[in-house]
Design a protein around this ligand. Structure first.
Ligand SMILES: Nc1nc2c(c(=O)[nH]1)N[C@H]1C(S)=C(S)[C@@H](COP(=O)(O)OP(=O)(O)OC[C@H]3O[C@@H](n4cnc5c(=O)[nH]c(N)nc54)[C@H](O)[C@@H]3O)O[C@H]1N2
Ligand SMILES: Nc1nc2c(c(=O)[nH]1)N[C@H]1C(S)=C(S)[C@@H](COP(=O)(O)OP(=O)(O)OC[C@H]3O[C@@H](n4cnc5c(=O)[nH]c(N)nc54)[C@H](O)[C@@H]3O)O[C@H]1N2
Ligand SMILES: [Mo]
Length: 671
């Protein structure tokens, strides 16, 4: 039996090395690649059976045209020739009648392969479409981190092996970054402590030595509270601060004028707990912070990342010490993204539309969106304020193309539904955002049915539209080669010789990751210089838009966070759990006053919509906080509601990011 190496395409920090075993041209087994230096031979449960997804009878295998109502999911098969003609006709007509900006491409990270991830950008630049701001995931967190730390590589996760204290701060490692867990296990064998800071006792916090139930949005207060204690006990790292940073005195001045009780109140922890954490950090110079994106998904989320990053720097964790550091995203390589996106094809800069505000874009925006082109994303399920998204998707005057593998809730609204390959059928190049490794892949199996990759879709469509520019003549491999040449992090030798498929490269940037002394003259900026002068230069306490809104609080007293569920990857694999509503964690006190019993079906609702879930009564969550895990597909049993009916189109304080963990709601049992 033949074995071929590939990389998991899913949007996850681990970007696992995989080995596919083939029999008669089909994948019969998927295993972790033991030679992958970070993921070292094991796969998560959901991906171990990914080949069933590749071969599934439910895959979309042919182009189809809608014959039912939008959302109903009724289609008839058409030929690719008819599909191309329909796209060319509609794109031409929309451009002539409404201007090219009336078309909105909507894509995200269903497939993290760089070539397919960015495949539509050249095409839509040439066409002159509106530009989608890729903000749904980490743009708030990254904006916060970059403001103080700069766009430099972060600490490699492997540093945690030598740490005496590892902190999982707003990240559910056992669910969303499982290959970091073996590092934690090994460090603990050598005596390291493991601490989790999270609003609920998630599966990672359950195995921690100590758990701190911070309020959602309370991390800025917590980090600054710790810093206040460190300052008072003279435990900050003055040597790092003097040599490798600027502006610390501004934070110092702010903190001196605040009292610890206030920080404690805003963090949801007691002063004693903050003292305990400060003491632990003071005693443990080898501290590694694994910071999650979760804590940034609120309207002061970039601020939380800012405060934690500044705390890490004040402790000197970026001085290159063994076992010390902090990792949000690895930023492990940088290449010329123009070689993927070709912005030069855009004749005039077109309008930008925030993907977090798709609901607004489809229902309110002027001039209106008339054509929506969705690929590698399932916005009906994943975008916030889903009831608005659906109202928009139902518009009869909106022409919607969806390029998909499965009949997702979004695909049901397509006028034209196109079959997409899986990553196993593609050429591509992958990096990881939780480590420093990269790899190139070749197809493992041939295209199923009449499916085509994102890359082939847009290259062909460009030709059908008469776009003759050079980028549209490239093959996938030519584009990969061109991008590889530009990557900082790939050795000159590799650039010259080329990168072979299946080979796993380590970024050169790993050596300097998290180590300011090696960043030659760059200084950590405690007092940042945000472009927007209304943004504070230092991390400080500011109210949250929805949680701290008193009017909303009186109507919707409960806070809601919506973190990932272990067996789903965002909404991918939703097809495996149809008619499963998922659960809602509710604290016993909140359940009691609402007469909700364990196992009841409950309706969580607010002014935007509702979601029906099975109640799990548990003190793993705090009083006043509902934890709603997982983006299950809208289904009959959930009365066609999804978790994102509850979430808002509000954005983060910086980076225009999503605020999935800041909604207010009320809940009642469905009896
Ligand atoms: N199994 C699985 N793995 C995944 C995903 C998935 O859906 N399923 N999604 C992938 C993607 S796209 C991403 S971006 C990553 C995201 O992975 P993470 O970086 O882990 O981010 P989140 O999952 O949003 O949230 C992580 C934790 O943050 C907590 N949290 C929420 N609000 C706050 C807060 O204000 N403060 C603190 N301290 N904690 C808070 C949540 O309770 C949750 O436990 O995971 C990837 N991996
Ligand atoms: N409530 C709530 N909502 C969230 C989050 C949350 O924590 N809570 N997390 C948010 C985050 S972090 C993210 S990153 C977004 C993710 O949002 P999306 O990027 O939309 O992620 P998925 O839900 O995984 O949907 C990806 C779709 O792409 C399809 N696909 C996969 N590969 C390909 C391909 O090569 N070509 C094409 N055409 N299609 C392909 C898959 O079948 C799948 O349906 O969701 C966000 N939404
Ligand atoms: Mo994400």
């Amino acid at each position: 039996m033949e074995k071929r190496k590939t990389i998991c395409p899913l949007d996850c920090p681990d970007a696992c090395g995989m080995i596919a075993t083939l029999q008669n041209g089909e994948i019969v087994k998927l295993e972790g690649d033991p030679e992958h230096p970070f993921t070292k031979g094991f796969l998560c449960k959901k991906v171990r059976t990914y080949h069933h997804r590749v071969q599934s009878a439910d895959r979309i295998l042919f182009p189809q045209r809608r014959i039912g109502k939008k959302g109903e999911g009724k289609f008839e098969r058409i030929s690719w020739d008819d599909a191309w003609q329909m796209m060319v006709d509609q794109l031409t007509e929309i451009k002539n009648k409404h201007g090219s900006e009336a078309v909105l491409p909507y894509s995200y990270a269903g497939n993290m392969g760089l070539i397919n991830l960015t495949a539509g950008n050249a095409f839509f630049h040439k066409y002159g479409a509106s530009r989608l701001m890729a903000t749904i995931c980490s743009s708030g967190a990254k904006a916060g981190w970059n403001l103080h730390y700069g766009t430099l590589p972060a600490s490699p996760p492997e540093k945690a092996l030598d740490a005496d204290l590892i902190i999982a701060w707003g990240i559910n490692i056992k669910v969303t970054n499982i290959h970091f867990m073996p590092l934690v296990v090994q460090a603990r064998r050598k005596g390291s402590k493991f601490v989790a800071i999270d609003p609920y006792l998630n599966s990672t916090a359950q195995v921690a030595d100590q758990y701190y139930p911070v309020k959602p949005g309370g991390d800025t207060a917590l980090a600054l509270g710790i810093l206040k204690i460190l300052l008072e006990s003279n435990s900050v790292d003055r040597s790092f601060i003097e040599k490798y940073s600027e502006g610390f005195e501004q934070i110092e001045e702010y903190i001196q004028n605040q009292n610890l009780e206030n920080f404690a109140n805003h963090s949801g922890l007691s002063s004693a707990q903050i003292h305990e954490l400060a003491a632990l950090l003071t005693e443990t110079p080898k501290t590694f912070m694994r910071i999650g994106i979760g804590l940034s998904r609120n309207t002061q989320g970039a601020m939380s990342v800012r405060a934690i990053t500044c705390l890490a720097a004040a402790l000197g964790l970026f001085d290159g010490r063994v076992g010390g550091g902090a990792l949000l995203s690895s930023f492990s390589y940088a290449g010329e993204t123009d070689r993927l996106n070709y912005p030069s094809l855009m004749e005039v800069p077109t309008r930008k539309i925030n993907m977090v505000q798709l609901g607004h874009a489809l229902t309110q925006l002027q001039p209106p969106v008339k054509g929506l082109f969705v690929y590698s994303s399932n916005p009906v399920s994943v975008a916030p304020d889903a009831s608005q998204v659906k109202i928009g998707m139902e518009r009869e005057d909106l022409f919607t193309v969806v390029h998909e593998q499965f009949l997702t809730p979004t695909a049901r609204y397509a006028d034209l539904l196109l079959p997409a390959t899986t990553s196993f059928e593609n050429h591509d190049f992958y990096g990881g955002y939780g480590h420093f490794y990269m790899a190139r892949v070749e197809p493992v199996v041939s295209n199923k049915g009449e499916s085509i990759s994102n890359f082939e879709l847009f290259q062909t469509l460009a030709k059908k539209m008469g776009f003759a520019d050079a980028p549209f003549q490239q093959s996938a491999n030519e584009r990969i080669d061109s991008f590889i040449e530009s990557i900082h992090g790939i050795s000159e030798e590799h650039k010259k010789q080329g990168v072979k498929a299946g080979e796993i490269l380590c970024s050169d940037l790993m050596k300097s990751g998290g180590d300011y002394p090696s960043f030659k003259g760059r200084k950590f900026q405690f007092a940042a210089r945000p472009k927007d002068p209304t943004v504070p230069r230092i991390p400080c306490l500011l109210p949250l838009e929805e949680f701290d809104d008193l009017n909303l609080k009186s109507r919707y007293p409960l806070k809601v966070i919506t973190p990932p569920m272990i067996d789903l990857l965002n909404s991918t694999f939703g097809e495996r759990y149809q008619n499963n509503n998922g659960t809602m964690l509710i604290h016993p006190q909140d359940a009691k006053v609402r007469d909700i019993r364990d196992g009841d079906m409950a309706e969580i609702y607010n002014g935007r919509g509702k979601n029906i879930r099975k109640a799990v009564i548990s003190d793993k969550t705090q009083p006043g906080l509902l934890v709603v895990e997982g983006i299950f597909w809208e289904s009959e049993s959930s009365q066609m509601t999804g978790v994102n009916e509850l979430t808002s189109q509000n954005t983060t304080d910086l980076g225009d990011g999503s605020t999935f963990h800041e909604a207010r709601a009320e809940v009642r049992a469905l009896k």
